[in-house]
Design a protein around this ligand. Sequence first.
Ligand SMILES: NC(=O)C1=CN([C@@H]2O[C@H](COP(=O)(O)OP(=O)(O)OC[C@H]3O[C@@H](n4cnc5c(N)ncnc54)[C@H](OP(=O)(O)O)[C@@H]3O)[C@@H](O)[C@H]2O)C=CC1
Ligand SMILES: O=C(O)C1=N[C@H](C(=O)O)C[C@H](O)C1
Length: 270
Amino acid sequence: MSDMGLVVVGAAGRMGQTLIRAIHTMPGARVAGAVERPGSPYLGKDAGELAGIGIVNVPISDDPLPAFAKADGVLDFTAPAATVEFAGYAAQARIAHVIGTTGCSADDNAAIAAAARHATIVKSGNMSLGVNLLAVLVEQAAKALDAEDFDIEILEMHHRHKVDAPSGTALLLGEAAAAGRGIELTGNDVRVRDGHTGVRKTGTIGFATLRGGSVVGDHSVVLAGTGERITLAHHAEDRAIFARGAVKAALWARGKKPGLYSMRDVLGLA
Ligand SMILES: NC(=O)C1=CN([C@@H]2O[C@H](COP(=O)(O)OP(=O)(O)OC[C@H]3O[C@@H](n4cnc5c(N)ncnc54)[C@H](OP(=O)(O)O)[C@@H]3O)[C@@H](O)[C@H]2O)C=CC1
Ligand SMILES: O=C(O)C1=N[C@H](C(=O)O)C[C@H](O)C1
C-alpha cells in the first residue's frame, strides 16, 4: 500500500508544526497538504521549512477542498469552529479525520458525530499513549473506591497560550472517573469554586485549572479519602507524544468503516 497522504490543518500552529515533523519521521505517512486560515501570514510558505525540517514542497494554502480531494486523511489540531467545518469537508471527501482540537461545545460534538456517518473520525482530548492508559487506571480506581469514602479532584496545568478550560484531557479523565463510578460527568462536575461554596457534595468530580509559562500539559487525578490520598498523574514533556499518537490514529483509521472512534480504540485499550 502507498504511504498515507495526510493534510495538516492549522499547519503553522504549535501542534501543526509538530505534526509535520512527526509525519516526516514515521513510516507509512507523507505530508499531502498544509492548510491555514485565509489571511494567515504563513500562506505560501513551505510547511516543512516552517517546521524546521527543510523544504518538503508543500506550500501552506487557505483552501482545504483541493487538499482534501487528493489526500487520505486530515490531522486537525485547530479550533472548534474550524474543526466542525473540516469534519464536513472530510465527510464529503470520504477520508479519515483525526481530531485533537479541544474546547468543542455539545453542538460542535453533535456536528462532528453527524460527519462521522461518512468519515472515519478519531477524536480525543489527548492523543498520547500515557494519558489514555492513565484514563483506564482512573476508571479502575474510581470503580474500586467508593464515592462515600473517596472524593475525586482533577488538577491540570498548561502553558499561558491555552484558550480552553478545563483541558480536553481533564475532561477525558473526568469521563473515565465518572464511568468508573457509573454516573454521568455532566451534572456531577464542579468546574469552578469561589466564595462561600459550602461543603463538598459527595460523588461530585472537581476540576482545577492552572495556566502559565510553557507547560506542555500536566494532569493529576487525586482520590482523597480520610487519612489517605492516591494521586495518578501524567506529565507531557514534548508535543511529539500527541503528534505521534495522531499519525498512528490516521494510519489505524485508513480503510476502517465510517464512525466516531477514540484513542482507546486505536490503542486497543477500549
Ligand atoms: N488532543 C491532543 O492530544 C492535543 C490537543 N491539542 C489541542 O489542539 C488545538 C491547537 O493547539 P495548539 O497547536 O497549541 O494551538 P495553536 O494556536 O498554536 O494552533 C492552532 C492553529 O490552527 C489555526 N487555525 C485556526 N482556525 C483555522 C481555520 N479555520 N483554518 C485553518 N487553520 C486554522 C490557527 O491559526 P491562527 O493562529 O491564525 O488562528 C493556528 O495556526 C487546541 O484545541 C489544543 O487544546 C493540543 C495538543 C494535544
Ligand atoms: O492546548 C494544549 O496545549 C493541550 N491541549 C490538550 C488538552 O486540552 O488536554 C492536550 C494537551 O494537554 C495539550
